[in-house]
Design a protein around this ligand. Structure first.
Ligand code: ATP
Ligand code: MG
Length: 388
């Protein structure tokens, strides 16, 4: 009996003709997630991956973090014979919590197996009753045993753990997430990844007028987010302070925050095009703060040269914070930093900005060289994938 972990796809299984590609991407991400464990082997079965060769707790933890897996089982692998299955199931039940009733849930994926599901249940069930004195209860058992028979092994397990769900990162294109130090944008990046988008990140710091604190936070946030895809993210850090000052000098006044935001999405659009990303992602949630009225979202988006996606548009703050806690970004978002947005910001922020007013301010500056300069001076931090 060999200990192993069984990983099951979620929605992926439903994707018909694209399925092979989804599987390839998931496998790549999983391999990257496991790359530091040299003895791990992954067996690919129909709709299921079997992983072994490292402590199960470690494999389970990794399986639970990769996007695209719906279920994770701590399992044991035995030869695909009734005899081996009987013994394996008894051994598994002996190891587990004391129980007085049980149910077997057999599944014969390999149709060439000597018995069908019903026959497996009868034969193995009899053996368990005889050896362990447990009773069968199919509706409310103390313990359920999954038995999945494939060509080269049978998989046995008693526990189901949830995976992240979603789709494997990379099956639905590339985007660039505008990452601040707050709660929202990392969650937005995660939710986009969860739909299969591969994302890089850009952070605008108030440097040279602020400390580098917000950059450390961005770095920490990407470290967390990168785990869901097994590596391969990149973070661009743009020192935005001087450009912000130029906007202030141009008399942005109560439009300062929006003018800055427009310059951010404009710069991010150019960067995205350079790296082959097809959309921008922000953490905007409608009406959450003064800068996120519908009019303001529209005014900012007007400056974007790529579609701007807002995965959190309809989320409440409390929902966003709960998700940030679940995915582990909250502990970084909560750290203090000097947010670049408040530099030069007027206390009377405009809630109903109009594009012509913003354009008027922008015409007082030469935007193109500013954007070019911002991009040229951007610093990239790589979070390399370990194998591919
Ligand atoms: P967050 O919690 O993500 O900071 P927020 O509620 O503070 O969001 P805003 O400050 O209005 O909202 O920012 C809206 C969005 O603009 C952010 O979610 C983020 O995507 C982007 N953004 C804001 N500031 C920055 C920054 N300094 N660098 C990169 N993106 C930013
Ligand atoms: Mg913010």
């Amino acid at each position: 009996m060999q200990p192993c972990v069984v990983l099951k796809y979620g929605e992926l299984a439903l994707k018909g003709r694209n399925r092979w590609r989804f599987e390839e991407v998931l496998l790549r991400n999983l391999r990257n997630t496991l790359a530091d464990l040299p003895d791990v082997a992954i067996r690919r079965r129909n709709g299921v991956l079997v992983v072994h060769g490292a402590p199960l707790d470690v494999l389970i933890e990794r399986g639970q973090i990769v996007l695209g897996l719906a279920l994770v089982h701590r399992a044991a692998m035995v030869k695909p014979t009734l005899r081996a299955i009987e013994r394996g199931v008894v051994a598994l039940l002996r190891e587990g919590k004391p129980a007085s009733t049980f149910a077997l849930r057999p599944r014969r994926r390999w149709k060439g197996f000597e018995a069908d599901s019903h026959a497996i249940a009868v034969r193995v069930g009899d053996f368990v009753r005889e050896r362990l004195g447990l009773k069968v209860d199919l509706t409310n058992p103390d313990v359920e045993v999954g038995i999945e028979v494939d060509r080269y092994e049978a998989l046995l397990y008693t526990a189901k753990l949830p995976g992240q769900g979603g789709l494997p990162v990379g099956v639905n294109g590339r985007a660039l997430t505008l990452l601040s130090g707050g709660y929202d944008s990392p969650v937005a990046g995660y939710r986009a990844m969860r739909r299969g988008l591969s994302s890089d990140y850009v952070h605008f710091s108030g440097m040279p007028f602020t400390s580098p604190q917000s950059i450390y936070k961005a770095y920490g946030l990407v470290t967390k987010l990168d785990k869901f895809r097994g590596g391969g993210s990149r973070l661009w850090v743009v020192s935005f302070g001087n450009a912000q000052r130029s906007l202030a000098t141009a008399g942005a006044g109560n439009l300062q925050v929006l003018a800055q935001r427009r310059l951010m999405v404009r710069t991010a659009s150019y960067l995205a095009k350079q790296i082959g990303a097809d959309a921008l992602i922000t953490g905007d949630s409608l009406g959450q703060v003064a800068s996120q009225t519908l009019a303001n979202l529209v005014a900012v988006e007007d400056a974007a040269e790529l579609p701007l996606l807002r995965p959190l548009l309809g989320w409440d703050k409390s929902e966003i914070v709960a998700e940030a806690e679940r995915i582990g970004t909250a502990e970084i978002s909560i750290l203090p930093d000097e947010d670049c947005c408040t530099l030069f910001a007027s206390p009377l922020a405009e809630t109903r900005a109009e594009v012509p007013q913003l354009e008027k301010i922008e015409r007082r500056l030469e935007l193109d060289p500013i954007v070019e300069e911002l991009i040229a001076s951007a610093k990239v931090h790589d979070f390399p994938a370990k194998t591919t």
